[in-house]
Design a protein around this ligand. Structure first.
Ligand code: PMP
Length: 359
C-alpha cells in the first residue's frame, strides 16, 4: 500500500512520473534501449533533454537570454561554484538557516562575505525583510525557502546588484519573475524529480561578463562551459533528467506554476489551521514567513513527552516523513507539488484523532 509521503526530499512524486519512468527504464519510446542504456548524444535522449528545458522555460516564463542547465553535484556544489565564478571582492548573503549558512561558508573560501540580514537570533523562525544591499557587492545570495526551518518569501524583488537564489525546495510552486534574478539554482529532488540532478537557470550575459577574470577556474566548474555545451560537456544524469521532464509535464497539465501555487496554499492553510486549533501541537514559524513547502511544528507546551507517541501513531496511519530534521527536532510536514489534499487530510485527521485520544 502506498504511504502518505511527507518526506523533505527525496519526496513524493506524481504517479505519472513514476509510471512513465518505469516504462522508460524498460524502453525509451520505441528506441529498443532503456533510458539507462541510450547514449546521451543520441537523438532519442536529446529529445528528452530538450523537452525538459523547453518545459522549464515555458512554465517559468524564462526570458530569452537565460539558459537552463542540468548538472550533477547537487545544490551544495553550487554553494562553491557560485563564488568561484562570481565573487571578486565582496558578496552579500542573507542567512536564513542551515542551507544559507552552508552557502556562506563556501563563499568565504573565495572572498569577503557580508551577511546583510539574518534570522539566527530568533532561531530562524522568520524571513528577514527590508535589508540594505551594499552597492559594491558582486551579487546578493538568497534562499527562497528554508527547507529545515520552514520559512519562505514569495515576492521577487529587484535589487541594485545581481541576485542569485537557491530555490531548491520551492521551485515551480509559484510563478517566479525570473528577470529579477541573475541565477536561480537548486537540487531537483523536491518539486522536480529524482535526486541526482541540479538545475541552474542563468542569465547568459551575467555568466560571461561577471566571471572573475583573474582566477583559474577548471572547465567543469565554469557556468559558461555548460551554457556553451548545452549541459553536455560531460555525461549528464540522463534518467534523472527524464524524471524532471515527466514531472514538468504533470505540472503543465495541472495548471502550471499558478496551479501549483493554488494547491500549495490550500494544503498549507489546512495544516497551519489545524496546528493553531489543535491543543496538542503548535507551529513554530512566525506568520508572514511561513513556508508552503515545509511546515515545521512541535508538541504544545506541556505535551512534549508525547512526541514519539505521535510519531508512532502517524506511522500506524500510513504517514511517513514527518519527523523534523535531525538538527532541529520536532515535526516537519513537507508538502511539495505532488503532495495531495488527500494526504494532508490524512495528517490532519491523525492530529485530530490523537488530540481526542489524549484530551
Ligand atoms: N538548499 C536547500 C534549500 C536545500 O533544501 C537543500 C537540500 N535539502 C540543499 C540546498 C542541498 O541540496 P543537495 O542535497 O542537492 O546538495
Amino acid at each position: 500500500m502506498r504511504k502518505h509521503i511527507f518526506n523533505a526530499g527525496p519526496c513524493k512524486l506524481p504517479d505519472s512520473t513514476l509510471e512513465n519512468t518505469a516504462k522508460a527504464v524498460m524502453e525509451l519510446g520505441n528506441c529498443g534501449q532503456s533510458i539507462m542504456e541510450v547514449s546521451h548524444r543520441s537523438k532519442d535522449f536529446q529529445l528528452v533533454f530538450d523537452e525538459a528545458v523547453e518545459l522549464f522555460k515555458e512554465l517559468l516564463n524564462i526570458p530569452e537570454n537565460y539558459s537552463v542547465l542540468f548538472l550533477g553535484g547537487g545544490a551544495s556544489t553550487q554553494f562553491a561554484t557560485i563564488p568561484f565564478n562570481f565573487l571578486k571582492n565582496k558578496a552579500a548573503y542573507v542567512n536564513t538557516g542551515t542551507w544559507s549558512s552552508g552557502a556562506i561558508k563556501e563563499a568565504k573560501l573565495f572572498g569577503e562575505v557580508e551577511v546583510i540580514a539574518s534570522s539566527e537570533d530568533k532561531g530562524y523562525t522568520f524571513y528577514p525583510q527590508n535589508f540594505e544591499v551594499p552597492a559594491d557587492a558582486d551579487y546578493l545570495h538568497l534562499t527562497s525557502n528554508n527547507t529545515i526551518r520552514g520559512t519562505e518569501f514569495f515576492e521577487d524583488k529587484a535589487y541594485d546588484v545581481p541576485v542569485i537564489c537557491d530555490m531548491s525546495s520551492d521551485i515551480m510552486s509559484r510563478p517566479v519573475d525570473v528577470s529579477k534574478y541573475a541565477m536561480i539554482y537548486g537540487g531537483c529532488q523536491k518539486n522536480l524529480g529524482a535526486a541526482g540532478v541540479t538545475f541552474v537557470i542563468i542569465n547568459n550575459d551575467f555568466a560571461e561578463k561577471n566571471l572573475v577574470a583573474d582566477r583559474v577556474i577548471p572547465t567543469m566548474w565554469k557556468y559558461t562551459t555548460h551554457i556553451n555545451k548545452g549541459s553536455m560537456n560531460n555525461t549528464p544524469p540522463c534518467i534523472n533528467i527524464f524524471t524532471v521532464k515527466e514531472t514538468l509535464k504533470w505540472v503543465k497539465a495541472n495548471g502550471g506554476c499558478a496551479g501549483m501555487e493554488k494547491l500549495a496554499i490550500e494544503r498549507c492553510d489546512m495544516l497551519y489551521a489545524e496546528m493553531e486549533r489543535n491543543s496538542m501541537f503548535r507551529p513554530v514559524v512566525e506568520e508572514g514567513s511561513r513556508s508552503r513547502m515545509n511546515i515545521p511544528f512541535v508538541m504544545a507546551e506541556g505535551k512534549e513527552d508525547l512526541m514519539q507517541e505521535f510519531l508512532d501513531f502517524s506511522v500506524s496511519k500510513n504517514i511517513v516523513g514527518i519527523k523534523g530534521h535531525r538538527s532541529v527536532g520536532g515535526f516537519r510536514a513537507s508538502t511539495y507539488n505532488a503532495c495531495t489534499i488527500t494526504e494532508v487530510e490524512a495528517l490532519v485527521a491523525a492530529m485530530k484523532e490523537f488530540e481526542s485520544m489524549k484530551a
